[in-house]
Write a protein that binds this ligand. Structure first.
Ligand code: ATP
Ligand code: MG
Length: 156
């Protein structure tokens, strides 16, 4: 099982979309193994988006991410990184496919509601930036054999 980090961004919190966004992640079958609501500092935002340093939108992105409360989650599941990115939709809200989080609720390229890690290395780095390893739940949901049709678990 793979892990990924998601951040429900300040625009989504202000627009009262936390519940809708978490529902989509949860209903897909991803397990939430850590969750907190907090305001991140500009330093943390800069660190999280360090690969974008030098881009013309970088400073505004950092200010936006530190502008108000966010919800940070660690999600676990098969191909969790790719699955989360597909649920999010493409970066620009007005271009994202209908049916995705951004496609259904966002119009902006910057205020696009949710962040998701984009590779295994990034995911592990971002998770350790926001959570101590021992605070990540090891608990497994009891429905996993129904979510995944696990070999050896089902009798048919
Ligand atoms: P995220 O990393 O937040 O999951 P993403 O991977 O879809 O989004 P990136 O290219 O990594 O997109 O950009 C990171 C974030 O920077 C975007 O989500 C958006 O908030 C902001 N951003 C990206 N491109 C632009 C741009 N041209 N103008 C303004 N903001 C931008
Ligand atoms: Mg990105």
């Amino acid at each position: 099982m793979q892990r990924t980090l998601a951040i429900i961004k300040p625009d989504a919190v202000q627009r009262r979309l936390i519940g809708k966004i978490i529902s989509r992640l949860e209903e897909k079958g991803l397990e939430i193994i850590a969750l907190k609501m907090t305001t991140i500092s500009e330093d943390m935002a800069r660190e999280n988006y360090s690969v974008h340093e030098g881009k013309e939108y970088f400073d505004k992105l950092v200010k936006f991410m530190a502008s108000g409360p966010v919800v940070i989650l660690v999600l676990r599941g098969k191909n969790a990184i790719e699955v989360t990115r597909r649920l999010m939709g493409s970066t620009s809200g007005h271009e994202a496919d209908a049916g995705t989080i951004r496609g259904d609720y966002a119009m902006s390229g910057r205020f696009n509601l949710i962040h998701g890690s984009d590779s295994v290395e990034t995911a592990e780095r971002e998770i350790s930036l926001f959570f101590e390893n021992e605070t990540l739940l090891e608990h497994e949901m009891s429905d996993l054999r129904w979510v995944y049709d696990m070999p050896g678990e089902n009798l048919f």
